[in-house]
Write a protein of this length. Sequence first.
Length: 327
Amino acid sequence: MTRRAIGTGVLLMALATAHATSAQDRVLLQLDWIPTGEHAAYFSGAERGAWREHGIEISLTRGYGSGDTVQKVAAGAAPFGVADISAVLASRARQNTPVKLIMQVYTHSPHSLFVLRSSGITSFRGLEGKRIGITPGNSHRLYFPEVARRAGTDPDRIQWVNTDASAMAALLISKRIDAAPFFAIHHYYQNKAAQRAGEEIVVLPFVETGFAIYATGLVTTDQIIAQNPDLVRRFLRGATDAFTWANENREQACRLHVQRNREVELDDCMGSLRATMSYVFNDHQRKTGFGRHDPERMAFTWTQVAESQGIDKGWNYAQAIDLSLLP
């Protein structure tokens, strides 16, 4: 009798476990770019089960830019995505794309210019006549006039050199251009290449001129928010857990990331993740709360997006944001 009771109990526990596993929501997260160390929090979180604890079995797929991610989420290719807020705002304002930002991840933008220390360039002042590489539609080019104005530089006297993104760092290191637009979080591994050539890359962040705008965040559709708010809440809890743990356990996070992305070297991941977390956890985040906005910075962000992309500044940008489901 006792053995039978124990056996029955084990069977019931197994059935309960199987039911819990089958009850997991399977969710695809569409990234914004290739999985560099910038994305280590997502991959390490997936490996650790950060979302599984909230009833979600998550998978991740590489991205091809924030604009592409917004369109894929809108089309239903993935329920959630990683995208820059500027892409969400512009797509919503122009095409009424039914996608909203549901968590702000980067409290300020990593937009920067990379220059060589040997060039003697130390700030955005005095860049007139310099050759700056650029790719078609690059947001650095759209935002640069405001950055230049703040620095006292005439943006109309810059020589913009059109090139492929993959060639940008090589052109800078070989001194065929004087500056290159990059996100500051990619400095570590780009500088490794420069050091092999006997050079050193210096970062000129846009934010140093006071150009502080929101950047990368998490997005989903109007339909999912309306029809399955519980899924959104659980997804955001998992994301919060993933980022918090990765920030506190950076080397472990990168080791898990590299296991999933063999093309990424551990030290490159560590360099990128260290820089990334400075955009996520900082004084601004402690003031607003993780994932949330400061109204003044959000208004400034919209103004810069609208002006740089020729959108009516009177449009109500709140239509593209819903932070109500954050934990």
